[in-house]
Design a protein around this ligand. Sequence first.
Ligand code: NAD
Length: 478
Amino acid sequence: MHKTHLLIDNQDVATDDYLEVRDPGRTADIVGLLAQGTAAHVDQAVQAAHRAYAGWRDTPLSQRQALLTQAADLLAAEGPGVAELMARESGMLVPTNKAEAGMSAAIIRDNVDLATEFLKPLQVEDEASWVSVEKRSIGVIAGIIPWNAPIILTMRKLAPALVCGNTLVLKPAPTAALGLSALLKKIAALFPPGVINVVHGGAEVGTALTTHPLVRKVSFTGGGAVAKAIMKAAADSIKGVQFELGGNDPAIVLADANLDDVIPKIVGGVFRRSGQFCFAVKRIYVQRPIYDAFFEKFIAEVDRFKVGHPLAEGATFGPVNNRAQFEYLQGLAERTRAAGAELIELGSKLDASTWDDGYYLLPAVVKHAAPDLEVVVNEQFGPIIPIVAFDDVEEAIRLANDSELGLASSVWSRDADQAVAIASRIEAGMTFINNAGTSRIGQKNSPFGGVKQSGIGRESSEVGLSEYVEYHAINFHK
Ligand code: NAD
């Protein structure tokens, strides 16, 4: 049985309590045991990170970069080896997990590359004085991670934090910690003890981390409710927070869009990871003249999904990750139907005889969804997508912006000028045109994050690095 302990000072630390991690596709199966930490373990881990801090901060940048490059190589080589374990604990498909390891290695390399210029001080001088504005590390950072893309979302914190000279205590999500922790243990061994520590657990461990006085900043990816609790917890010791939260990302499809090209991309943008990713397309606005044509082609594409266990041959769509998510989505589908909307279930059950053994849902599409329907105005974070008709562009922009969330968004059109003009009016941290995600140079250079209640601050790019430094201004009077 796979057993994962805490990792403090590069040592395995056993605890009194181990969580049975269940396979969301076969809930009777225990995939592994996950140590559950306590506030005392959090203190041990934070003290270890604090002891390691001065040495790591003073390690030359080139050496920090060299070690992180080794970490990227390790992840690229060994990440695919945990893809099946990750599939069993999280429900995500094996190819998705393999791709995640490669993308995560690229995230590390991007941060290593950008840090050289970014960390240079800004210096100005006149006859009276000189000024040097230096970027300094902050100290011990707490990284709190959700279950839906655990390696990517960890590396988006680990790489900028470490390259800037901080040390880390990480808390993965209990339903996606086993594969990630196996990799983190190997990565941590490349670094001095205490630079990377991992404490497992739920809200109790999270609270111990976010209230610990030696934790200088909390970087959190997850839902809005936990973010509010973290902000309050962090207030007592005036910690900085950086939040990547949920989205309710609109896709605006204009009448001139090339449907054969855009539909497979939008379907991927909605249903990858069974709809469980923050910048998934979560509501689609289609201009009325093409609504019916769009709808027919869209449901034909969605209908190709084969829903089943991620290790089963032929599965192209896995279960959702956990019971709470499963029950919320079932309830949402029921309420959508009860509100009179037409919810169409598509795709097929790969193995009907084992369907009830896991958290399986067929992908579902809501036809002619009213703009104020619950599934339109709230983040579903799962495989139900509403498609709303609109008449003119002003109406589409108004509907897109009528939300407390503002993570990503997308515009689909053959008219580049019009698409860019619309993009610039959307209240979101990111807008993709004619795709549902970032390109390779977009990943490196675009600040990733949202406005309004989708977050505070950004990850990736130089802006992401800036989350992990303090500015120290030195002014010398001649
Ligand atoms: P969640 O907020 O329930 O949990 C996230 C993490 O917080 C877990 O590790 C959890 O154990 C921990 N936690 C729980 N209570 C805590 C507390 N009181 N103090 C500190 N930590 C605590 O989120 P989830 O259900 O795992 O993820 C789904 C949400 O995350 C969705 O809303 C999704 O949109 C969002 N998300 C955002 C991004 C992004 O980059 N913007 C990426 C992925 C997911």
